[in-house]
Ligand binder design. Structure first.
Ligand code: HEC
Length: 117
């Protein structure tokens, strides 16, 4: 009898966990706890921009006239909504969508109100 109740609990838990997949939030296991992290521009976001974006969105003639090289530039784009939208849709970077964990951290930065450092 006890075993049956035990398995019931396990199944209920599995059910609960799989429901989370419907949310837009990250599901990759290595992203666990991302919503407790303090993500900052200097500590994280700037690196992602340098690795994936500024080769086009920087320099003397940035793509789409959008430079993403400074805090003010990235924040303005993020506040417009286009920045995260372009990445979460997989439109940017053109070479392929960023992994879920990176996206989750960028989203967390927005939730925190775009802290610089
Ligand atoms: C290989 C060059 C390249 C890279 C790398 C790149 N972009 Fe772009 N991006 C473009 C081009 C070209 C456009 C304009 C045409 C289009 O929308 O596809 C654009 C458009 C955009 C727009 C829309 C601008 C608007 O006016 O609404 C956003 C936002 C954006 N990129 C963000 C990013 C972010 C964030 C990254 C890094 C994760 C990134 N891009 C990486 C070339 C690039």
């Amino acid at each position: 009898m006890r075993a049956i109740i035990g398995w019931g609990a396990v199944l209920a838990l599995v059910g609960l966990l799989s429901c989370k997949k419907d949310k837009p939030a990250p599901t990759a296991s290595n992203c666990a706890g991302v919503d407790t992290l303090r993500i900052t521009y200097q500590g994280y976001v700037a690196d992602v921009m340098r690795q994936h974006c500024t080769s086009c969105h920087g320099g003397s003639s940035p793509s789409a006239s959008l430079a993403l090289e400074t805090y003010a530039q990235v924040r303005a784009s993020a506040e417009s909504g286009r920045w995260y939208e372009a990445m979460s849709r997989g439109q940017m970077p053109p070479s392929g969508k960023l992994d879920e964990c990176t996206l989750a951290k960028l989203n967390r930065w927005i939730d925190l109100g775009y802290p610089e450092q």
